[in-house]
Design a protein around this ligand. Structure first.
Ligand SMILES: [Zn+2]
Length: 251
């Protein structure tokens, strides 16, 4: 879409506030192209001067240095990808059957390599090749996957405990759920009845997350913790990117 068409559709869908937001977006993009230090995407190996800003017109929000222009991966996807590459071969006998809910296309490059069967799902409008799936009522055969991946999904589900209970029935013995979610340190999880910013119902806190999905156990992993500052800068990964490993209690 041309710049003019982008402004037109932005105003049409989000009002005149979109003009300011889009102007900030294009300004940040231009500055990045001139002053960017050089980045590398660990998902698609693209090298770029700077990642593109991420914009949410509905909220008037622009975040700089976010998206890979080649594969679309955001900061968290780049961090998750590096984690998957080490964690999955270390925890499974490959290949495995993977269910990727609300699948991010960029992560398919990594996950697909480990998979015998790699099923992609979407809740609202599944693109071609995706299964239409409500994770709270997944009409799929029990014990049919080794790994279920879903990122920034549980926080947007009003009854996230029910979703995890339902998804856990799809796991085979030894299986687990990897859920990328942000978490507040030293706080309890706060849930609200109405969806807030970005459709969020839940803001997770590490004070109660270990037992939130009981009887499943939840472990929080900071997937960017082992990165050197130079790697964080090169891959454009934030200081903290967290992911929950949810699995049945190990006896
Ligand atoms: Zn990329």
């Amino acid at each position: 879409m041309s710049v003019v068409a982008t402004y037109r559709s932005g105003v049409r869908e989000h009002g005149f506030g979109a003009i300011g937001t889009l102007t900030r977006y294009y300004a940040a993009r231009a500055v990045g192209l001139i002053t960017g230090p050089g980045r590398e995407c660990p998902l698609c190996d693209a090298t770029v001067r700077e990642f593109l800003p991420f914009v949410e017109l509905r909220y008037g929000f622009v975040r700089n240095r976010a998206a890979c222009p080649s594969c679309g991966a955001l900061e968290r996807h780049r961090a998750y990808a590096r984690f998957y590459r080490d964690f999955i071969p270390a925890n499974f006998m490959l290949p495995i059957d993977i269910l990727h809910a609300s699948a991010e296309e960029s992560l398919g490059r990594v996950l697909g390599r480990f998979a015998r069967r790699y099923d992609l799902t979407d809740y609202e409008s599944p693109p071609p090749g995706h299964i239409h799936l409500d994770i709270c009522e997944p009409h799929l055969p029990p014990a049919s996957y080794d790994l279920i991946v879903l990122n920034h999904v549980l926080m947007c589900v009003a009854d996230d405990r029910r979703a995890v209970r339902a998804l856990s029935t799809l796991l085979r013995p030894g299986g687990m759920i990897l859920a990328g979610e942000g978490i507040l340190r030293g706080e309890r999880t706060a849930s609200q009845r109405e969806a807030g910013y970005g459709g969020r119902y839940n803001q997770y806190g590490d004070a109660d997350i270990a037992t939130r999905f009981a009887p499943m156990e939840t472990e929080v992993i900071d997937v960017s913790a082992d990165l050197a500052p130079s790697e964080r800068a090169r891959f454009g990964i934030a200081d903290h990117e967290t992911l929950f490993v949810i699995r049945p209690p190990r006896g």
